[in-house]
Design a protein. Sequence first.
Length: 199
Amino acid sequence: MQIRRLGRVAYEPTWQAMQRFTAERTAETADELWLLEHPPVFTLGLNAKREHLLAPGDIPVLPIDRGGQVTYHGPGQLIAYVLLDIARSHLGVQQLVQRLEQAVIDLLAELHIVATARRDAPGVYVDGRKIAALGLRVKRGRTYHGLALNVDMDLAPFGRINPCGYPDMQVTQLRDLSISLGVEAVSARLESHLTRLLG
């Protein structure tokens, strides 16, 4: 698996690069993991209902092609995009989702935080508050998009939406759980867990 550490990059060109990579890859193309942050943006998944976008204000809103509803990305949130050939690795979509969740759960356990997944609402939760969101796109057995882990960010924009389409969904982040690691340090730890679980 190729690892790309991209720093802070704009959402739309990164999304277009994922689409291009997925369209052009062949049976021999290595899988890739992209680790990065985005400037503030709300994204609307394919199933998103505009009613869950409560008050976007001056933050851009971008309809995109992942599954799921509305979410927020911003500085201080670690993004991990997984560009995988799941047909080649004989992984089902549900298995992939579970492995992405498990990578975050294992990372948090390393930091002495108990976290869980929910089958009815994909993502990772600490005491009922969402700390990581997931959303994927699968085309011809190849995936892109991935997960977003809240590390040390301004959580206020989540109050302008119903996160992932759930009214009153509470969110949290590592900083609020007394973890003072920055995005770069968390990225290195998450990379280790993702490469272990995804091969």
